[in-house]
Write a protein that binds this ligand. Structure first.
Ligand SMILES: Nc1ncnc2c1ncn2[C@@H]1O[C@H](COP(=O)(O)OP(=O)(O)OP(=O)(O)O)[C@@H](O)[C@H]1O
Ligand SMILES: [Mg+2]
Length: 406
């Protein structure tokens, strides 16, 4: 099974260097490894000090690197949708070239990059995929998309197909925009299904881990906490936190670096306690430019020693269902969150969880579909949502049909 390691964190903390270092060590162990940048501001090639292209380029034995590019992605996934959008814009009198430019929507480029993960898993060409992801803020924005896509596929796509059967020309005159043809709906559906696939891969605890990189300074720590919460919310398992650029001992009392080191050392126990039981590891601040494979391997060795970098350093589930007191409890680990920050709503078999600006829709497992929710509380960073026992558990047959009718 292809192992997926994704590194993320605030801008400049060292994601690219650590991802590249991990990939180098993984390839050295004989795993066919690809390191893929999904950040649109690519810098993998700079870190390796080697040229990379939009498709995989071999850079060492067992090691490939890739910096996807937006136009390449559009050709692969978006052309049908893009043609429709260009049609839509030109219908409104927009110049054809400008219309084409406008169809590159924000976020689309990074999404296109993420889709490569699914391609690489399916190709079977690699044992390990290391992802150098965008700074967390950017990544978070895209997390809720797979959920949105499921909604689109189930509710909008069928309407669209029906509408396009009954009098398209009449409707187009009425609303003044071209109605997408069936193939546009089909292409959108395909695209969204691919996204959903990526989401499922990244949430699969048997293959994927997201590793958060941070520096020992307030803003970086706070951003790391926020993303850790969101990764739990979306069910992406995390197996490691990497503190990069930790100033080495021997600097104490030595002017401003000594002061910085002391500040870092004060943060350290706090960080370890916050993420426990997920392990926190450190990489020292090196006093040279850490560019090129040799330097990167030093980073990798500082981080992993002689251990296998693809190992699962922690295995925990972001959420699980437990039987309790004749009912069930859905537990969602939401570290760094208080109960007031969480909004919950329920619509049939869907439970909607909102933390700050982000919403996650959890499709409830079979056992909970017909069970009323009877309360929720936070306990030690875990949200516990209680469901009443199903009236029919003993008789063994369902009294209410489920919404989806499956
Ligand atoms: N432990 C370290 N010691 C010394 N230099 C480092 C260390 N880690 C990273 N660097 C250097 O810091 C700079 C930023 O690192 P890197 O590009 O890996 O960060 P990033 O998180 O990917 O940044 P961005 O958010 O811009 O993509 C690079 O010049 C890199 O070589
Ligand atoms: Mg980077």
């Amino acid at each position: 099974m292809t192992r997926i390691l994704r590194y993320t964190g605030k801008g400049g903390v060292g994601k690219t260097s650590i991802a590249a270092a991990t990939a180098l060590l993984s390839a050295r162990r004989g795993y066919r490894t690809i390191v893929l940048s999904t950040d649109i501001a690519h810098s993998l090639a700079d870190a390796f000090d080697l040229p990379l292209g939009p498709t995989p380029t071999q850079i060492a034995p067992n090691l490939w690197g890739q910096e996807p590019d937006v136009y390449h992605n559009i050709g692969r996934y978006w052309s049908t949708i893009q043609k429709y959008m260009a049609e839509l814009f030109s219908w409104r009198g927009l110049d054809a070239v400008l219309a084409e430019e406008m169809t590159v929507l924000p976020g689309m480029d990074e999404l296109g990059n993420l889709l490569w993960i699914a391609d690489h898993v399916e190709s079977g060409d690699y044992d390990v995929i290391v992802v150098d992801a965008a700074p967390t803020g950017e990544t978070l924005r895209l997390l809720s998309l797979p959920e949105a896509s499921r909604w689109w596929i189930e509710r909008i796509a069928p309407i669209g197909r029906r509408v396009s059967k009954i009098g398209r020309p009449m409707l187009e005159r009425m609303i003044g925009v071209p109605i997408p043809r069936d193939e546009v709906f089909a292409a959108a559906e395909r695209l969204l299904q691919r996204l959903d696939k990526v989401h499922r891969l990244l949430a699969d605890p048997e293959r994927a881990s997201v590793r958060i990189a941070l520096n020992l300074e307030r803003l970086s720590i706070v951003e790391a906490q926020r993303s850790f919460t969101y990764f739990h919310l979306f069910g992406y398992p995390s197996d490691m936190v990497v503190c990069n650029r930790v100033l080495p001992a021997g600097l104490d009392g030595d002017g401003s670096f000594g002061t910085m080191r002391q500040a870092q050392q004060r943060y350290m126990p706090e960080v370890i306690a916050q993420y426990a039981p997920v392990p926190v590891r450190t990489v020292p601040q090196f006093d040279r430019e850490m560019i090129g494979p040799e330097r990167l391997i030093e980073i990798g060795e500082a981080l992993f020693g002689h251990e296998d970098p693809t190992h699962f350093f922690y295995r925990g589930r972001p959420y699980q269902v437990k039987a309790e007191d004749g009912g069930h409890v859905l537990e969602v680990a939401l570290p760094f969150t208080t109960r007031d920050e969480i909004q919950l709503s329920r619509d049939g078999d869907e439970l909607s969880l909102q933390v700050a600006g982000l919403r996650r829709t959890i499709v409830l497992p079979r056992a909970l579909v017909d069970a009323p929710t009877i309360g929720a509380k936070m306990e030690d960073g875990v949200l516990r949502i209680r469901f009443e026992g199903r009236a029919d558990t003993r008789s063994g047959k369902s009294t209410k049909p489920s919404k989806r009718g499956d």
